[in-house]
Design a protein around this ligand. Structure first.
Ligand code: ADP
Ligand code: MG
Length: 680
């Protein structure tokens, strides 16, 4: 089997499963093999019954001193009994398996594997698997892959397909040169792919992951070096000098710039008039006020008679920036346009004509800005907001629309400087390290689901006081469609739980762009009290009147992402609150969430999280929400990032050319790492 072969070549995959796999984005064998497990199920040793804890999956060995009982509840046959070992006993139950009444014998020894749950106050294990001695011995210590699934496709079916594909797959020769593999002690690609699906041990898993992570960073670094060229210190055709308008804008703002904002603006201002092309990253935690610095830069370009564009990752955010900028700039006679994908063809054409004909000074938009059809008369500056949501390639594409325009990149990803230098190539960095002084620190609490009624009452009070609320809905891994359904269900039950006077709406990725915009508009104008949403609101949205954020299933998000989400509140003068609602309150979960409870500082959160988890964490929740990488995580895998970058640098330009010659597909894989964008 070869990379591009259809998965139909795998035994057992027919038309029906083909469709299901397609829902997961898998059509070729290559894609199947790159469909990594979400986590692993580990067969631990048999443990004494007295030591089990709620939520754990355990293996128990014991016997049933009495005959099993069978009851019928709502037509469901439930079989139950007490399993006993020398340490204690526990209730065991099975649904719809009446034959067990016959097969399970009193006094015989059984090995059972199942999850411990609490029912009517007592611990029990429901629906455990019965293992033979042999099965237990074979599986002990092994890790079983757990895949993200879609309805109709079982974990077993995916694992089987992967295993069959692996058995028959012809791997290309490894593109990582032997010296590099040796120096950094990396597995062969082939071995790593095998092991990531079916690791023999934790150690093997860690090594497999390390190789695949290295590989991703390596390809990313190569691509980045290729693109960078000799951009640094390039002479600019645009000497932009901030003048009268800047002062006017600063006066019109309802606040004073913070020292951080002033510093960043000083850097930008200096760059713009230096005669060299600006390549600058502004890094500042959520809510630190990056937008206004961008606005100052955009205005500066316009004031000097040139065009400037700002690209953002979502339409909702584009719309919001557009409205906000208009408020300040239109009175000064600056012409500003919006360009997003959901506009009608006619509207796009019209905007395009005005951009090409120099009738627009500032353009706010999404990826629509880099579409082929759009051409700019005189682009002197480009800004990308929430850069971590874009591929590096998108930034380049926008830049190529002009003649070496100045480039300003904004990001809230709290990464250490050393990593920023690698990830953002040769950008200069300005840090906004203070929040506006009118802010009260967000009050946080991490709670279990039994707190939900209280949380609802709290929201009701906040709404009565004129504030607004975000609720982030439980995450659904399976699909966007299910996620949408989930949001709707949640919204309905929320409406039942709260008085009808509370205006509740929902927002999710399946909605039409126009509909999303309308809802966001209504929310920002205060016509909606509670917004139930998926993480689509994660990026950039600014509604200072919103004071409560509640995140359901908080345990399923990475801490960095939770921090970004939380950044939607605490943006105004009123006291804000963030409620992290955990679906399970295990010690690990609560410990992680307490990091957020204890601090509102993004850097601190990222660092603590890393310390708590340690490298090689088995259940790697993606931390950053960064879209460059499939497996790698810039926090967790900082070591690999440094090493891979070092290796890529050492290869040099000739080395890369040689490598690409030797391995045909390499260039296109490289490009994936810098061009991958998720449209929201
Ligand atoms: P982010 O850095 O997350 O993009 P924004 O630029 O959206 O943050 O700013 C968040 C909020 O803070 C906005 O409502 C903005 O008007 C306000 N803001 C920005 N700078 C200041 C300041 N110096 N003082 C008070 N409020 C500010
Ligand atoms: Mg922002």
């Amino acid at each position: 089997m070869k990379a591009k072969d259809s998965i139909r070549n795998i035994k057992g995959i027919g038309e029906k499963s083909e469709k299901l796999f397609k829902k997961l984005g898998i059509t070729t064998v290559e894609e199947l093999l790159a469909f990594y497990p979400r986590e692993y199920d580990i067969f631990t040793k048999i443990q004494p019954i007295s030591t089990v804890r709620e939520g754990e999956t355990v293996i128990l060995e014991g016997s049933f001193p009495a005959r099993l009982k069978m009851a019928s509840v709502h037509g469901l046959k439930i079989i139950s009994g007490l399993l006993r070992d020398s340490s204690g006993q526990i209730q065991v139950s099975w649904y719809n398996m009446p034959y067990l009444m016959k097969t399970i014998k009193v006094g015989m020894h059984y090995i059972l594997r199942g999850k411990i749950v609490r029912k009517n106050g007592f611990l029990q294990t429901a629906q455990p698997k019965i293992l033979t001695q042999q099965e237990y011995a074979n599986q002990l210590g092994k890790l079983q892959p757990v895949y993200p699934l879609t309805a109709g496709l079982t974990n077993h079916a995916v694992a089987k397909a992967v295993s069959l594909a692996l058995a028959d797959y012809e791997f290309e020769p490894d593109f990582l040169p032997l010296e590099i593999r040796k120096k950094y002690d990396l597995l062969l690609h082939k071995k790593a792919v095998h092991a990531i699906h079916f690791p023999e041990s934790r150690e093997e898993y860690a090594r497999a992951r390390s190789r695949l992570v290295f590989e991703e960073f390596f390809l990313f670094s190569l691509a980045l070096h290729q693109m960078k060229g000799q951009k640094h210190e390039a002479v600019s055709k645009y000497k932009l000098v901030a003048g009268r308008r800047t002062e006017e804008l600063l006066r019109a703002l309802p606040f004073e710039l913070t020292t951080g904002q002033k510093g960043a603006w000083e850097d930008v201002r200096r760059d713009l008039q230096s005669g060299f092309v600006m390549n600058r990253l502004i890094q500042g935690d959520v809510g630190s006020g990056k937008t206004v610095v961008a606005l100052l830069a955009l205005l500066c370009a316009a004031e000097n008679g040139h065009q400037a564009a700002i690209m953002v990752p979502t339409e909702v955010l584009a719309k919001q920036h557009y409205e906000e900028f208009r408020k300040y700039l239109e009175p000064m006679g600056v012409r500003i346009a919006l360009l997003v994908g959901s506009m009608t063809a006619a509207a796009k054409r019209e905007a395009g004509a005005r951009i090409a004909g120099r009738e627009t000074d500032i353009i706010v938009g999404t990826h629509a800005l880099i579409q082929e059809k759009v051409s700019y008369a005189d682009l002197a500056l480009i800004v990308t907001d929430e850069q971590h949501r874009f591929g590096v390639r998108q930034r380049e594409m926008l830049s190529e629309k002009g003649q070496r325009p100045h480039m300003l990149v904004m990001s809230a990803t709290p990464i250490p400087r050393t990593l920023a230098i690698i990830l953002y190539g040769d950008l200069d960095v300005s840090l906004i390290d203070v929040l506006p002084s009118n802010r009260l620190p967000i009050k946080n609490c991490a709670v279990g689901t039994d707190y939900r009624p209280q949380a609802y009452r709290f929201m009701e009070k906040q709404v009565a006081a004129g504030h607004q609320v975000y609720i982030i809905c439980p995450m659904v891994e399976e699909s966007e469609a299910m996620e949408a359904e989930n949001v709707l269900d949640y919204t309905n039950s929320l409406k039942e739980a709260l008085p009808p006077s509370v205006r509740i709406e929902s927002l999710h990725g399946k909605m039409k762009a126009q509909q999303k915009n309308d809802i966001m508009q209504a929310f920002s104008e205060g016509r909606i009290d509670i917004l139930v949403s998926t993480t689509v609101i994660e990026v950039g949205i600014n509604v200072p009147n919103a004071t409560v954020m509640m995140i359901e299933n908080a345990e399923r998000f990475g801490l960095a992402q939770l921090h970004q989400l939380r950044g939607r509140v605490g943006r105004g003068e009123a006291q804000s609150y963030c409620i992290f609602m955990a679906g399970n309150t295990s010690k690990e979960t609560m410990e992680r969430l307490q990091i957020l409870e204890n601090s509102n500082d993004g850097f601190y959160v990222a660092k603590q999280d890393l310390q708590l988890r340690g490298p090689g964490d088995l259940f790697g929740i993606r931390q950053s929400g960064d879209l460059y990488f499939r497996m790698a995580d810039i926090y967790q895998d900082a070591r690999e990032l440094k090493q891979a970058n070092e290796a890529a640098c050492a290869l040099g330009k000739d080395g890369v050319t040689l490598l690409c010659k030797k391995y045909e597909g390499l260039r296109s894989i490289m490009e994936e790492y810098t061009g991958d964008v998720k449209t929201l």
